[in-house]
Each structure stands twice: as C-alpha cells, then as structure tokens.
Ligand binder design. Structure first.
Ligand SMILES: O=C(CO)[C@@H](O)[C@H](O)CF
Length: 530
C-alpha cells in the first residue's frame, strides 16, 4: 500500500488508567481524534462500591482500589469499542498511563494465566483470582508514615533518599506501600511473583506477560536511582525481601515492551503486529501530551492537582519530586502534587452551588479577585504538603472563622488551592517570570472562570490544548514516536497547538500579599498537626 494510503489507515491508541475512570482515545497520524471512550468506576461498576474510584477505609488514611475492578473496567471499555465497530485492525501501536504510585500484586502462577487467556471469556473471569493482594494501595493512601521513617533512616536521612531517588520518602510512594504489605501481609507478599505499578499492570494485560515498569513511574516509588535508572539496592533491602526479583526490570518510557497478545487479536481483531509501548505514570504522560516549552509550567487539575515542568538539571530536595522524563532519557521533570483537588472542588460546588458548575462559575464571577482578603484552606483528605487535614477559614483581618457566605466559599476554595499550587511550586525552585506560560489540563481546565483565577494567581497567561485528556493524548503521541522514530518535538508540533484561554488581570499585588498570608496560615496548621 502507498505510504500516504498506509498512513491514512493507521490508528494509535492512548489509554489512561486514572483514579476515577479508564479513558481511551484513538488518533490518526495527524492526531485527529477518531474515538474516545471511558468507563467511570463508580457509575459503570457500582458493584465495587467505590467513591471517586477508591475505598476510603475507616481509619481515613488507608485508601485502596479493588485490583480486579480495573480488569473488569478494561473488559467493559474494550467491549464498548467493539460494539461501536471500532477498527482495531488499523491500530499499529498503543501506549497508556496509570495513576502513579498504585501497586498490583500478582499471585504465584498468574503469569501462566496471563499468557493463556481464552478469547471466549473476558479477562475479569480469568484473572479475578490472580492477585495475592485484592485491594491495591493507591496514591491517596497516607497510612505508611512509619515505613517512610524507616526508609529514610536506612539510607541516611531524607536528603540522602531524595538525592538517590528524586524524592524524600512520601506516604503514597510505592516502596513504602510495599514495605507495609511485606510487614502486615507477609504471606500474601511471599505469594507474590510480580509487583506492578498501575501503568505496567495495564501494559501486562495488553502483552499477556509481565511488562517492565518504566523509568518515569519507577521514580515515584522511592526505589529507583534517578541517575543510574537502576533499582537502588539500599532502598530495596529495607522495603521487602527479594524485592528486585518481584519488581523485574525497569525500562525507559520510549521502549516497546511487546506486541498485543493473541487474546486481543482473537477477541477484538487487533493486528498481531500492533506494538505496545511502555505504559507510564499519568503525570509524565501529560507532560508528553502537553509538550511544554522552556518557561512553561503545567498545572493539571484532576483528582489530584499537580504542578510540573520539564527539567534538564534537577536538584532533588525535601519538598516536591524529581521524576525521570518520559521523552528524553537524559532529562527529568519536577512535580508537586496536591491530594485535595477535584473531589474537594466538587464538594464545595455541591454544598454552595447546588451541584452546578454553571452556578459555581457565576459565583466566581460575582466575587472580587482576592476575595476581600478571605482565605480558605480545604484539606478534606490528609494533604501531602503540608501533612495536615481539616478545613480552615480566615477573614480579611486574619481571624479564624467557621464559615463563609456561599459565594465567598466558592472563590476561597479556588484561590486557596491555586495560591498553594504557586507557593509550593516556588518552594521547589519554580520562578514565575515575564515569559511564564501556564499550560492547564485536567477536568477543571474546561471551566473558563476557574482558569481566569489561575491566570490571576499565577500572574501569567493560561493555555490549554484542544484535546482535554492530555495523559491519553500523550500516550498516543508516544506510541507513534516509538513506532516511527524521529524527534518527539516534531510530533508535538502536529498534535494540537496550545490555545490562549485566559490572561491575568492587574492583581499580582493582591495575590502576592495573599501568598504571604497563606504561607503563615499553612505553617500554623502544620505546627498544629504535628
Ligand atoms: O500522586 C500523584 C503524583 O505524584 C498523583 O498525581 C497521581 O499520579 C494521580 F493519579
């Protein structure tokens, strides 16, 4: 077939196994989106009784997701694609992302089941007993403070750990989660032949074998040396016996990890030559999808909010994270993560705007930038930085108050969150400058009034990509990049330019003053929480 015709028929798939749903997009060589679908766990699989895709345990710090729910959701997503006559045979490469830090524990013998799936059944029925731990710890969990202290002590302190792995120990990071499993569920741990991240778990389903963990997601574990890209022996030793064997190898994110298995060829009609490219963490995938330029900062407004940028010379420290870059093997990315993101915004919307984003937006429009000095801090879940929980409101005079009028509360949650994102990004070295552009992504980046507050707080123009789901798009782009080679930046140019959606108003002084007050309030809250 002529190259032009051949390319016209090619499709690339990008998946995103995120906290609340699995998403997929199919794009052409020109990155025209020809299919997008999703399975929302709470709505489409109510039998698992998740809330926001997770189970919050009675201790309020243990947070897990039923591993087999992800398998059933993947079955459902693929069956919906099949029911819509999706042309699987045209797909030449797939890749995907997974919520970072979550872990999957494959039971001894599971590899054989994975390699011999029958196309006459779905994956759920064949794999539902393949996991030694039924409930996967996920990134919202904060039950491993003891394990974090042990890990830092074992390697020589928090800065030493950060210098090796890119981060001091964090309760959601997978090494600490694995340590907790090896300590509290030893029999299950010993009966585990492979530990995957959510990303490599999804890739394993596709290739019918254990897929390696990619560097970008491995650097969210407190286990991989960010300089050598090898597992750090001192960290492995303290997190679990024979851990290197259970983790398997780690590969760079651009590597192919196999072809789609015969299960996918026979059941869905995939081309047997379809390449599976390493699945990565959701934030590294968004970095690829948004392809920020020098001076850009990405603000991802999803279940978690994250602020990240492309780095070439990292300085790992005691706040924030340095991850391996998913595109250039020698580069990195910095990231700060905030657990209280969209679920908190949705709670305030439900309580003050009758559950309507339109009403929420109207209330934002009616209140002045700076909210007349009112400041709110909303940590519904234990926050990452500071390690604190609870709701705190301060009026314009700095007095603690128990409530705000509804429209003040609406602006306070958005301004409080965005001031925190800016303050903590500055703590890890991000410097707002005259050329700063904010690239916004994630669910809330569809709300114009919320983006206007983002522009005002960051005193920078805000851009979005036309395709909202940057993680899945980034994975489709990476799939094409690995298959065709060449420069990723050439692909990024083709895949949807960024569009200016909000410019800052004259409020930099207002938010500079509020940022100073925010830092004081946060310090007080952190002290109270210790
Ligand atoms: O913990 C995080 C990043 O470090 C979150 O952004 C998760 O990746 C969300 F899935």
């Amino acid at each position: 077939m002529a190259q032009a015709n051949k390319n016209q028929d090619r499709l690339f798939l990008g998946f995103d196994f995120s906290t609340q749903q699995i998403k997929v997009i199919a794009v052409t060589d020109a990155f025209e989106v020809v299919y997008d679908g999703h399975v929302q766990f709470d709505v489409d699989l109510p039998e698992f009784k998740t809330n926001g895709g997770v189970h919050i345990h009675p201790d309020h710090v243990t947070i897990t997701t039923p591993t087999k729910m992800w398998v059933k959701a993947f079955d459902l997503l693929l069956s919906r694609m099949k029911a819509s006559d999706f042309p699987f045979h045209k797909v030449v490469a797939v890749s995907g992302a997974g919520q970072q830090h979550g872990s999957v524990y494959w039971k001894k013998g599971a590899r054989i089941q994975l390699a011999n799936l029958s196309p006459d059944q779905n994956m759920f029925d064949q794999l539902k007993d393949s996991f030694s731990v039924d409930d996967s710890p996920v990134w919202m969990d904060s039950s491993t403070a003891d394990q974090c202290l042990k890990l830092e002590k074992a390697v020589g302190g928090p800065q030493v750990l950060a210098s090796i792995t890119g981060s001091r120990s964090y309760v959601r990071f997978t090494g600490n989660q694995i340590m907790k499993i090896s300590e509290t569920k030893r029999e299950a741990y010993d009966n585990t032949e492979r530990i995957s991240l959510v990303s490599s778990f999804a890739a394993s389903l596709f290739i019918g074998d254990y897929a390696p963990i990619d560097h970008s997601d491995a650097t969210g574990m407190n286990l991989l040396d960010i300089w050598t890209r090898e597992w750090a022996p001192k960290c492995l030793e303290v997190c679990g016996p024979n851990l290197a064997e259970k983790l398997g190898p780690s590969v760079h994110s651009t590597k192919p990890v196999g072809k789609v298995s015969s299960y996918f060829v026979k059941k869905y009609g995939f081309n047997p030559e379809c390449v599976v490219v390493a699945f990565v963490g959701d934030n590294p995938a968004s970095l690829a999808g948004l392809a920020p330029e020098q001076g850009d900062v990405v603000v991802s407004l999803g279940t978690s909010d994250t602020v990240f940028l492309w780095l070439t010379k990292p300085t790992p420290g005691l706040s924030g994270h340095i991850f391996a870059n998913p595109i250039n093997q020698d580069d990195f990315m910095s990231l700060t993560c905030f657990k209280n993101g969209s679920l908190t915004r949705e709670r305030i919307r439900d309580e003050n705007s009758e559950g309507s984003w339109d009403k929420f937006s109207e209330m934002l429009k009616k209140t002045p930038p700076g909210n007349n000095g009112a400041l709110g801090i909303y940590f519904d879940q234990m926050e990452i930085q500071p390690f604190a929980e609870g709701v705190y409101r301060f009026d314009g005079e700095g007095n603690k108050v128990d409530s705000f009028p509804p429209e003040v509360e609406v602006r306070a949650v958005i301004e409080g969150q965005f001031i925190a994102r800016k303050v903590h990004a500055e703590n890890v070295g991000f410097q707002l400058g005259p050329n700063t552009r904010v690239i916004a992504t994630g669910g809330a980046s569809n709300n114009q009034e919320i983006l206007q507050v983002l522009a005002d707080v960051f005193n920078s123009p805000v851009y979005v990509k036309e395709v909202p789901n940057s993680a899945a798009l980034g994975c489709a782009m990476r799939a094409k990049h690995t298959l065709d080679g060449g420069k990723f930046s050439d692909i990024a140019q083709k895949a949807h330019p960024s569009v200016l959606v909000a410019s800052p108003g004259p409020y930099s002084q207002v938010y500079s003053q509020l940022s100073v007050r925010y830092r004081e309030f946060e310090k007080m809250i952190e002290t109270q929480s210790q």
